[in-house]
Each structure stands twice: as C-alpha cells, then as structure tokens.
Design a protein around this ligand. Sequence first.
Ligand code: MLT
Length: 251
Amino acid sequence: MPVPTTRFDVALLPVAAEPLEDTVVVVVDVLRATTTIISALANGATEVIPAPSVDAARELHRKLGNGSIMGGERRGKIVEGFHQGNSPIEYTPEVIAGKQLILATTNGTVAMEECRAASEVVVGAMVNVDAVAEHVCHHPKVCVMCSGTDRIITSEDVCFAGLLMERVIEKRIAAGLESPFLTDAASIALAHWQHVDRQVQAGKPLADVFRTARGGVNLVRIGHDDDIVFASRLDTFSTVPKLNLDTWTIG
Ligand code: MLT
C-alpha cells in the first residue's frame, strides 16, 4: 500500500514531539485565547501581539502607546491594569477596531512560543475550523498544537484537532486525494472528537461538553458561560489568522 503523502500530528500538550521546521502548525486554545484572537481580528484589530507574560505585555504597551490595548487573563480574570480580559465577546468593533491587541494569557499565548521553529503558524478554534481545514488540507505536514490548561490535556482543544482532521479528510476525499497518515496522537484526537460528536448528534450541545472540560469548569465558576457558548459554535468566521514568525504579530 502506498504511504500517504500528507502527515497529520497532534501535540496534545504544547510540546512538539517532532521537529517543526517543515510543518504548518495550527495553534489552538478553544477556551479561550485563540477564539478571542480570531474574534478580535474579525472585529477590526489591526494585529494581535502574543505576549509571553504580563510584564512583557506591559512593556510592549509602554512602547506602542495608545494605539494598542492590553488584554489577557490570569486564572481567567482580567489582569490588574489591563484594558480588557480574554473574553471573545468583549472584543466588539467599538473596543478593538483600528487598535493593536497585546494579549497575555496563561496557556494560549505561551503555547505559541513552542511553535517558533514551524514553517508556518496559523490560529485555529471551533469558530474557524472549516477555513483552517481548507488552508492546511494540501500541506504535506500539519501539526495541531493544543494549549491545554495548566499543562494538562483538555478536551476542547483535542475536539478541535479531531474535527479539523475529519474536515481535512472529507476535503481530500472530495478532491480525489488519499486520507492523510495520522500519528497515534492524531488518531486519539480523531477518536475523541467522534465520541463527542456522537453525543452532539444525539442532541447534547457542544457547549455542554466544554462546560465539563478542564478549562470550561473554571469559566463557568467565574461567570463566563457566554464565552463557552460562543467558542463552541462552528464556523462563525472564515478567516485564518497567521502568526508572522519574524515580527511575532498575528494578522
Ligand atoms: C489561556 O490562554 O490560558 C486561556 O485562554 C485561559 C482563559 O480561559 O482565559
């Protein structure tokens, strides 16, 4: 049997198992960093600058001035002195249009640091999964970098990886191409998504699944249930933000 020319891997935690040099990496933090980035850009942010820490965000804001705002969270809550938190629904056009967003989050923007060696890094979440599938489906090596929650695997990011693979496989078959080779981690992610999708098909809202996942439990506890609902909607956006590896900006 010929070996498929496309290879799909998933880092279930933000640590790449293989060198990323020739790989398109899809970085994901469904709850909530990558959902927020996609939403802020769709609502007119000029760019998003992922900051590795709160102090780094403050330093950048001092340099960039009033055309930028600081957003982010610690333990899910807005950081003291920041303009905004990490809720995708708070980045309305009134708040973000025409501004740079400097974003510091606990897991998502830190996971991006793990992607520096990749050939290309794009930002994915449930809200743009089909657009991401379209973007990566012809690339020979793809890796989904799951941010996890506090270095623990979390279901919603693995669901995204599995759904992305399902969409890629559908698109490739429709185009007369073979299915990609799936690493063990990629097969595990696909099986997890198929398990969740059976529940969704039987009537359980995807948001309910996310509410009981590690990141979701904390968001419910601190009153951000609306964000879970927003983040669980598929294909709200058709944009695929890209992380520029030279300037470290997402646009
Ligand atoms: C993160 O990047 O750590 C998350 O997005 C946390 C959050 O829910 O705000």
